[in-house]
Ligand binder design. Structure first.
Ligand SMILES: [Zn+2]
Length: 119
């Protein structure tokens, strides 16, 4: 059986499906945002997990005990979001390196620095 793809905010929006805080753990039942992340978690059986969840938007805390399928979906969703943040950080790093290189090039062109500055 193929793995179920997680539904992200765009596919949910296009489907008209409302997120459910009991199955879409990243969804906050208090503020309706999807900024919930796990603070602590542990297996309670072979088939379920207990989690302490916190919403980064409104600071609502809640506990949830969920079956493996929901925990797995949440894990995939968190990985997807971490990947988005990682790519954004890499883009920022590249932009900062380009800005630093351009500053160095301008300083060299205007004779503001020379080899003696690096000895
Ligand atoms: Zn919230």
């Amino acid at each position: 059986m193929p793995a179920r793809r997680p539904q992200n905010w765009l596919s949910r929006a296009l489907s008209g499906r409302r997120p459910n805080a009991e199955t879409d753990l990243e969804h906050c039942p208090n503020c309706d945002r999807d900024f919930v992340y796990p603070v602590e978690w542990e297996p309670v059986s072979k088939e379920s997990w207990w989690m302490l969840l916190r919403c980064a938007e409104c600071d609502t805390w809640r506990e949830a005990t969920v079956p493996n399928a929901i925990a797995d979906r949440f894990d995939v969703e968190l990985d997807r979001r971490a990947d988005v943040m990682h790519r954004a950080l890499q883009k920022i790093d590249r932009e900062q390196m380009v800005a630093s290189a351009n500053t160095m090039i301008a300083a060299l062109r205007h004779n503001l620095i020379d080899a003696a500055d690096f000895s």
